[in-house]
Design a protein around this ligand. Structure first.
Ligand code: ATP
Ligand code: MG
Length: 569
């Protein structure tokens, strides 16, 4: 590839809207061109990285026994109605109408289409197990597209779907994908960790995310240094913290004036007790119906846990009017005597002497015994609090640590959720009809590209691992007027390309300093400088991007030397 033909343009300055290092570098290196927020085009170099990651994914999927297919991105809404997900996807799913006024969607994911594909083709147990996968563009109307390829409205995903006769077989399929994911991320040069995860709108009850640790990551990960437990903050559990107010007070329950106290801390100050002893009461609308949630004063509600408990689609904080009607004004909400269902976090399980909002502006109720008060009806105790650093590991009790991560992959055991809803059955050995057990497995291919840049960079630019580098060799032609230089460049270029290496010849009429800077910014694995001066000194200068190690090598030996470096890096 000749630079002069690529329209490739690098930028000296970081784009204003780029907040994280990989986004800045991908833009500055000219790998991406922004159309608008959440929509990016790949340049000739950007698309090479994408294709290389896709190829690694493809090879490992094939190795794990999955078969590549290609579904349509455009799907009829009727499939989503069949699975019961049309409502759950809410506004994140792009909907449109065809000329006959049928509602169609642009696929945010393909569980329904995959299930339909299988039920069209499979009728006997002999055809199972089967795993299909595709690499395809997905569409999601994200609330906040940001960070370049990390969160786009249109992105490339590898999605796979497994179908098995029994739950035990499904576990084997899941494990094969899990192992393939570990190999994929390793080959991409990524340090990715599997963690227990929430299943969100996809469903099922068991899943792992693959997380690339990075301070810029959007996900919180709780991990235990003692027993290796690791889970997304949306899912992480904890052993309930000790309770300092487990003994009922000698004093009776009492309404106390707390004028102007609206937050937990303000109420605690007014009552002269620690914040943790004031119960945080929240009212939510779950699919439009109000519910109350109680957590400890110093804890936060973990919304994904509540969503999972209630099995609802839309979940939002109730508006002030609904809240006031159900449980009192904001700042004084409380559970005493309310008629909406109340869900309480396990952290309050021993709470026999706490303060709660009185349901009346300016008042709280002190010495409330949550466990035994006949006026407090807890519909269900559940794990609802957000786990934070220092909480005790659910497995071994050691203090948990918090890290940030980028979710690059996600594997799910779905059970019968889709196959049952979509009436996919096969006949087993005894001619009995059985519903296959399903799993689904996603990799954000385009997000992975940028996660690699996020984990592999230095002050000069991106340091792509050779396996995914957009150009393994930057061949800098310094003096276009010198016939010897032009000939040496052509010779090295053709030998390297014949050996299958990606070469970018910088044949621009630019100063050497600019060419050096750009080669480093783009992150070519090896930089080869061919100039009249280097030829006089006896050859070409070969420099390894990762270490900066430089050597002068005769033109005739250069291709072999370069290929050796590529193989080793
Ligand atoms: P997130 O929690 O980041 O929104 P998700 O859990 O909704 O992602 P999945 O449905 O599990 O995503 O999709 C599989 C993979 O696709 C994710 O692990 C992620 O790598 C990638 N992905 C999801 N949404 C986006 C997006 N908007 N832009 C780029 N990649 C995405
Ligand atoms: Mg996910």
């Amino acid at each position: 590839m000749r630079w002069s033909k690529t329209l490739l343009t690098t930028l000296r300055e970081d784009p204003k809207d780029a907040e994280i290092v990989s986004h800045k570098l991908m833009m500055r290196a000219g790998l991406l061109v922004k159309l608008e927020g959440g929509l990016y085009s790949y340049s000739p170099l950007g698309v090479r990285v994408l294709h290389k990651v896709e190829q690694i994914v493809r090879e490992e999927m094939d190795r794990a026994g999955a078969c590549e297919v290609l579904f349509t991105a455009l799907q009829p809404i009727s499939l989503w109605e069949e699975s019961g997900r049309a409502g759950i996807m809410g506004k994140s799913m792009f909907r449109l109408r065809d000329r006959n006024d049928n509602t169609m969607v642009l696929g945010p994911t393909h569980e329904e289409v995959a299930t339909d594909y299988l039920r069209t083709l499979v009728s006997s147990y002999r055809q199972l197990p089967a795993t299909v996968y595709q690499i395809q563009t997905k569409f999601r109307d994200e609330i906040r597209p940001r960070f370049g390829l990390m969160r786009c409205k249109e992105f490339v995903m590898k999605d796979a779907y497994s179908f098995d006769l029994t739950s035990e077989d499904a576990d084997v399929s899941y494990q094969k994908m899990y192992d393939a994911y570990l190999r994929i991320f390793k080959r991409c040069g990524l340090d990715a960790h599997p963690v227990e995860a929430d299943t969100g709108a996809i469903g099922g009850n068991h899943s792992h995310e693959f997380m690339v640790l990075a301070p810029s990551g959007e996900d919180g990960i709780l991990h235990c240094p003692a027993c290796r437990y690791a889970a997304n903050q949306e899912r992480a559990e904890r052993q309930a913290p000790p309770c300092d107010y487990a003994t009922p007070s000698a004093e009776p329950r009492a309404k106390v004036a707390t004028p102007g106290a609206h937050t937990v801390d303000e109420a605690a100050a007014a009552l002269g007790i620690p914040s943790d002893q004031v119960v945080k009461s929240l009212v939510y609308l779950a699919d439009g119906k109000p519910v109350m949630v109680l957590v400890r004063g110093n804890a936060d509600l973990c919304e994904p846990k509540l969503r999972r408990l209630l099995g609802c689609g839309e979940l939002e904080m109730a508006d002030p009017e609904t809240t006031a009607r159900a449980a009192g004004p904001f700042g004084s909400i409380g559970p005493i005597g309310v008629s909406i269902p109340v869900y309480a976090d396990y952290g309050l399980r021993e709470a026999r002497d706490v303060a709660v909002g009185a349901g009346e502006e300016g008042f709280h109720v002190a010495h409330c015994n949550l466990m035994d008060d006949p006026d407090v009806k807890i519909a269900q105790w559940a794990d609802l609090a957000t786990v934070v650093a220092g909480d005790r590991c659910p497995k071994c009790g050691a203090p948990l640590e918090l890290a940030r991560g980028i979710e690059v992959g996600h594997v799910f055991k779905l059970g019968l959720k889709y196959t049952k809803a979509m009436k996919f059955t096969v006949l087993d050995q005894n001619k009995q009809s059985v519903t296959p057990v399903m799993g689904c497995y996603g990799i954000g291919v385009s997000r992975t590209v940028q996660a690699i840049a996020e984990q592999n960079n230095d002050k000069d630019g991106i340091v792509w691992p050779a396996a995914v580098s957009p150009c393994q060799v930057a061949l800098l032609q310094l003096d276009a007027k010198s016939e010897a230089v032009v000939a040496a460049v052509a010779e090295i270029e053709s030998k390297l390309e014949a050996a299958g290496a990606d070469v970018l010849v910088d044949d621009r009429d630019e100063r050497p300093g600019i060419k050096f800077k750009d080669a480093d910014l783009i992150g070519c694995t090896v930089r080869v400088t061919v100039g009249a001066r280097s030829l006089e000194k006896g050859g070409v200068e070969i420099r390894l991007r990762r270490t900066g190690e430089t050597q002068l090598v005769p033109v005739a030996d250069a291709p072999a030397k370069i290929l050796g470096l590529l193989a080793a890096n």
